[in-house]
Design a protein around this ligand. Structure first.
Ligand code: C5P
Length: 464
């Protein structure tokens, strides 16, 4: 094979290639080979850039290779990918042939943002990312669902497909999340394999007890929930001393709407779901920060490792924020009501035939972001606000940065056609005193990971 020499490419392109190669865990040469191979083959999809990855963002340091086995629980593994990614973990997937009966490589690839692997003897990929490299390029290998068949093959050192060949070649720690019928789980053969694998140093998360996919069946054998597996993965990384960029930092986050009472049963609210703030809290905790999340009423699970303070009104939120200080970083993602009702009824306002429609008189709520950003003492060193705008997004965000006295504004267009309010995706422009930086459209989890990477860099020196 002829050698490959690339000359006369400018520094910016070289830098892009280096970042892209680092992100895929390849050498720059391999990355170029890969680009050429993809360009030459019109049957292949080009390697998708990981969603949410920004050109100058460092490559993620924690890489999980997720092997999805063939069981009904495979659909939960798609959620597991999201849960790992929201913790800033890069995920690559192998699907066994049986897994492809339950989910498609396309769906796994869309969520990982990476090519999905399934064949041991793939003539195009074996030269590029063979089973040995797949095994070596992972910091941790997770098998979920781990079927009785996969466990049996592993316990006996079989390697007759890509998943088992990778598992046999792996030097990284292996975590199994078993999922099978209770009779299969309790069978002597499975229990023998379990004991063998545990003796070989494999870690297990689950199985849990509960309802099976087969109607009327209950017992031990349900795959652990994605959040449980993600938390277990996090613990393993922490124990292994993986880098924690926000270790020792206190991060305070507001999220969700506020409810401003009209009377004991009615209130004024807004459409904020809290998803972006919760994703930021999760990403900050995953980066090792001590996180306090001050949340308005939302319908979201509590992020792992985060202290949540639940509040209703803007005034409660300000009080909770002040109580949670000092903090190194404060991120105000809540959609705080600008006004509250001045004349809150002590009793439910009754509709009476013939009487006048009641009038609500409004009074201004405290501006929490501005109050904290203007604190003469005890101001967090990085104060970040959001600007939800429906027009002139960037210009309004710049004016808001100055008015509110904060360091950064994450501006987003929330006009109804964007679907951002309450949706799963976000398109942000980061506005600082040095200018505006548009971020790509991405999931709220990816936006959170990107923000945490920027905050970690800023705390090391550069605020802009
Ligand atoms: O003024 P506006 O509501 O557009 O500002 C948005 C930013 O200010 C968000 O970061 C929001 O959390 C914060 N804010 C606040 N208290 C208010 C109003 C807004 O903290 N009363």
């Amino acid at each position: 094979m002829a050698s490959l020499t690339v000359r006369q490419i400018d520094e910016a392109l070289k830098q892009q290639l280096r970042l892209r190669a680092a992100h895929h865990g390849r050498s720059v040469e391999d990355e170029i080979r890969n680009i050429l191979r993809d360009a030459a083959s019109d049957t292949e999809t080009p390697p998708a850039p990981a969603p949410g990855r920004h050109a100058n963002e460092p490559a993620p340091v924690r890489r999980v290779l997720l092997i999805i086995g063939g069981g009904i629980a495979a659909y939960k593994s798609l959620d597991l990918i999201r849960r790992l990614k929201e913790r800033g973990i890069a995920v690559r997937c192998i699907l066994t042939k049986a897994a492809e009966e339950f989910i498609t490589p396309l769906s796994a690839g869309a969520i990982t943002g990476e090519r999905v692997f399934s064949d041991l003897f793939d003539p195009t990929h074996e030269f590029d990312v063979g089973h040995i490299r797949l095994a070596r390029e992972a910091d941790l290998i997770v098998v979920a669902p781990a079927t009785a068949d996969l466990m049996a093959k592993m316990a006996n050192g079989l390697a007759n497909d890509l998943a088992t060949a990778v598992l046999l070649a792996a030097k990284a720690k292996i975590v199994l999340a078993p999922a099978m019928n209770p009779a299969m789980w309790s069978h002597k053969a499975t229990q023998r394999n379990l004991a063998q694998l545990a003796a070989d140093g494999v870690t297990f998360i689950g199985p849990n007890s509960g309802e099976m996919a087969e109607s009327g069946e209950r017992g031990l054998g349900r795959m652990a929930e994605p959040l449980e597996i993600a938390a277990g993965v996090e613990r393993i990384f922490k124990a292994a001393g993986a880098p924690q960029p926000l270790q020792g930092k206190r991060v305070l986050i507001t999220a969700g709407p506020t409810h401003e009472p009209i009377d004991p049963v009615r209130y004024i609210a807004n459409r904020s779901s809290g998803k972006q703030g919760y994703a930021i809290a999760q990403a900050a905790a995953a980066a090792g920060a001590d996180v306090t999340l001050i949340s308005g009423p939302v319908n979201l699970p509590k992020p792992d490792g985060v202290k949540v303070v639940s509040v209703e009104t803007a005034r409660d939120m300000l009080e909770a924020v002040e109580r949670a200080l000092p903090a190194d970083v404060a991120i105000f993602a809540a959609a705080v009501a600008d006004w509250r009702v001045a004349n809150v009824g002590a009793q439910k306002i009754k509709k009476k035939a013939g009487s006048a429609t009641p009038e609500l008189s409004l009074t201004e709520n405290p501006d929490i972001l501005s109050t904290i950003a203007h604190r003469p003492s005890g101001r967090p060193s990085l104060v970040i606000g959001f600007a939800a705008e429906t027009e002139n997004v960037e210009a309004n965000a710049k004016a808001k940065l100055a008015r509110k006295g904060c360091d950064w504004i994450l501006a987003n267009d929330v006009s109804p056609d964007t679907g951002i309010m309450g949706g799963d995706n976000n398109t942000i422009t980061l506005v600082t005193i040095s200018g505006a930086e548009p971020w790509p459209p991405q999931s709220k989890e990816d936006a959170a990971t990107m923000l945490i990477a920027r905050i970690s860099a800023a705390l090391k020196g550069d605020k802009s």
